[in-house]
Design a protein around this ligand. Structure first.
Ligand SMILES: [Zn+2]
Length: 266
């Protein structure tokens, strides 16, 4: 790639912006974000050398997560920021120095269009997708300065990974600040029909994750990362049902969550 091409933009003027904001001035205490909402690719990247099945699969996005996040935003009158492009373009929940930021292979699937990228090509993806998405979240939170914000990050996980069936219906991930997670876990565990993961199937790692560490931990906002198993939210009706369950649990714990003191900045 020549320098002249690297200076072009990644997104054409008729393509969607890097993020979508819904209900920006929502009056509720929750702020919802969805890092892996979309499997869209910028036209300029073609299909990254992948077939349609891979691009529809969880390696490209979190199926169902955006449906849950949109419904949750309605139910909680919460602002919602969604990423508008696939994690295969750049993963908005990975630091840009991470090998998983622009994966050359993911879950054993090689991504030909992400191999041997030049620094200019990497910078183009950061500038076009990653940075605007995170600026949008920062702007939403900044506009709420002086009001309480409880950060909810909505993801979904595949029911089977590397041949292993994953038993949890839903999981709640937290890093060093477990306060909101503890409240929500207690509320969700009252439903004996659910197997609820506590930092399962994933935990938050300040070095490997991005959204919760930066917008939650570094700002001192109570936060939680929600992972819902994809076979439970495969239809819009199922996604709406999970959003309703989450909204009910959130509403139960909200008074206690709002009493949580802001943790100190790192
Ligand atoms: Zn995700």
């Amino acid at each position: 790639m020549t320098a002249a091409i690297a200076n072009e933009t990644l997104l054409a003027s008729d393509e969607p912006a890097a993020f979508e904001i819904v209900n920006a001035d929502g009056a509720g205490s929750a702020v919802v974000v969805c890092d892996h909402a979309s499997n869209r690719l910028p036209r300029r990247l073609g299909a990254l050398g992948l077939g349609a099945a891979d691009l529809a699969d969880h390696i490209a996005w979190d199926p169902g997560a955006a449906d849950v996040a949109r419904r949750l935003s309605e139910l909680l009158d919460a602002p919602l920021v969604l990423s508008a492009y696939s994690r295969l373009v750049i993963d908005c929940n990975r630091p840009t120095h991470s090998p998983e930021s622009i994966p050359a292979q993911t879950n054993g699937v090689p991504v030909p269009g992400n191999r041997m990228l030049t620094p200019g090509e990497r910078a183009l993806r950061i500038e076009a997708v990653f940075s605007p998405y995170h600026r949008a979240i920062s702007d939403v939170l900044d506009r709420r300065a002086g009001r309480s914000s409880l950060l909810l990050s909505i993801h979904s996980f595949t029911a089977v990974l590397a041949g292993q069936r994953r038993p949890w219906s839903i999981g709640f991930a937290h890093g060093r600040d477990r306060r909101l997670a503890a409240l929500i876990l207690a509320a969700m565990n009252r439903d004996a029909s659910l197997l609820v993961g506590d930092n399962q199937p994933y935990a938050i790692d300040h070095a490997a994750d991005y959204t919760i560490p930066v917008h939650g931990e570094d700002r001192g906002l109570p936060h939680i990362l929600v992972e819902i198993r994809q076979d439970g939210i495969a239809t819009p009706a199922d996604a709406a049902a999970w959003a309703a369950r989450l909204a009910a649990a959130f509403s139960q714990v909200e008074p206690a969550a709002l009493r949580l003191h802001r943790i100190s900045r790192r």
